[in-house]
Design a protein around this ligand. Sequence first.
Ligand SMILES: CC(C)(COP(=O)(O)OP(=O)(O)OC[C@H]1O[C@@H](n2cnc3c(N)ncnc32)[C@H](O)[C@@H]1OP(=O)(O)O)[C@@H](O)C(=O)NCCC(=O)NCCS
Length: 188
Amino acid sequence: MIITQATLQDMDGVFAILRANHVSNVPEEEKKNGFVTTNLTEEQMKALIEKENGVTIAKDDDGKVVAFALAASWEFWSEWPLFAYMIEELPKFTCEGETLTVENSYQYGPVCIDKSVRGTGVFEKVFFASLANYADKYPYMATFINQINPRSYAAHTRKALMTEAGTFQFNNNNYYMMVCPTTPVEER
Ligand SMILES: CC(C)(COP(=O)(O)OP(=O)(O)OC[C@H]1O[C@@H](n2cnc3c(N)ncnc32)[C@H](O)[C@@H]1OP(=O)(O)O)[C@@H](O)C(=O)NCCC(=O)NCCS
């Protein structure tokens, strides 16, 4: 398994996993194992790869993309209504006692792990590689988790050491605001 930052050649593989895990394609009985709601156009994904270097992927030994984590500045995400709302809400939340801002934090997610490699440690590898990729730019990372996605909440709190900074609602959905420092205390 290789963990790396995606290039444009990886875009089809990333989109295949994104589509498979999008709420519109996940059967009701599978939703407890997670789903994502964020969609990107090809143009947005291209910009995310080229301008933000914000796509971390895992590739299996055959070179197939089996997992990805997206991450970018709040400015990049601001055209999505949910992220625009999160930007407004940021001052209500803290990490390590510091109020979150668009300058001291960025937004990670969505993250998707192909069914074939869930529960194998790939999630942790992709998560921490994505975090390290941004550690010198921002002290804090933030994301949302839909309250009806218990698998994602369990993975991020137990394996990625993220904590819940509070909750918010948007479009009749209930979300956790999740945060973490990009550099663990013992490494500062
Ligand atoms: C969410 C996701 C990224 C987690 O990666 P993963 O490889 O499945 O994570 P793991 O299996 O290592 O860890 C998940 C933990 O949740 C637990 N879990 C599984 N199903 C659960 C459920 N329905 N409720 C609560 N916990 C659950 C597992 O037991 C495991 O914990 P454990 O190893 O301590 O037992 C992955 O499942 C995924 O891509 N899902 C679809 C897309 C998605 O939801 N993305 C996140 C959007 S915020």
